[in-house]
Design a protein around this ligand. Sequence first.
Ligand SMILES: *[C@@H]1O[C@H](CO)[C@@H](O)[C@H](O)[C@H]1NC(C)=O
Ligand SMILES: *[C@@H]1O[C@H](CO)[C@@H](O)[C@H](O)[C@H]1NC(C)=O
Length: 174
Amino acid sequence: MGCCCGCKCCCLILLAVAIFIGASLGIFASVFPYPSHASCKVDWVFGESCWEVKSKLITQMKEWSDDDCTTKQQCNYEYLGEEGNTIRGLHTTPWLKFVDKFNFTVNTGYDGNCYVKAASESQASYAIIDFGTNYCNLRNLVIGSHLDEDAHYKENSTNAVCTMYSIAHCNLYT
Ligand SMILES: *[C@@H]1O[C@H](CO)[C@@H](O)[C@H](O)[C@H]1NC(C)=O
Ligand SMILES: *[C@@H]1O[C@H](CO)[C@@H](O)[C@H](O)[C@H]1NC(C)=O
């Protein structure tokens, strides 16, 4: 009798826990606004030739390729090369040593502007939240090379394709 009651209670508690976890996961999935793996896709338009855009981004990666992260925040970039209209690179975060791989693909528009699709992805399979580093990996190169300073400059992305896009603080010069 006592055992039976205990088993029933046990079953009810397990059931309640299962429902609670299930509901939490469901809520989590429907509220979590970011990609399931820490990553970022951004589109840019620049009022310069794609040749210039590529060359400025490559120069910036090389300038920030040293690992002296004490005097400046931007460091640990590695230029991996160019293939067709895509350039690739790596960035390692100074403290946690997370490695993110990224690329920029350029296409000249009919209007003469350069249309760029950029993507950065954490190489750590378990990374879900990145405090905006995948976005900042890309954005800092754009800001650092002053590509944002022309009249045709445009950026677009969303939280759905870019982890923590709307709340990222890249703090280039702090
Ligand atoms: C750029 O990187 C993203 C994210 O890793 C990847 O999905 C995409 O295929 C890459 N694009 C090119 C052209 O290599
Ligand atoms: C940017 O906007 C264009 C046009 O609305 C859209 O097709 C594209 O997916 C957007 N890019 C990103 C990274 O959200």
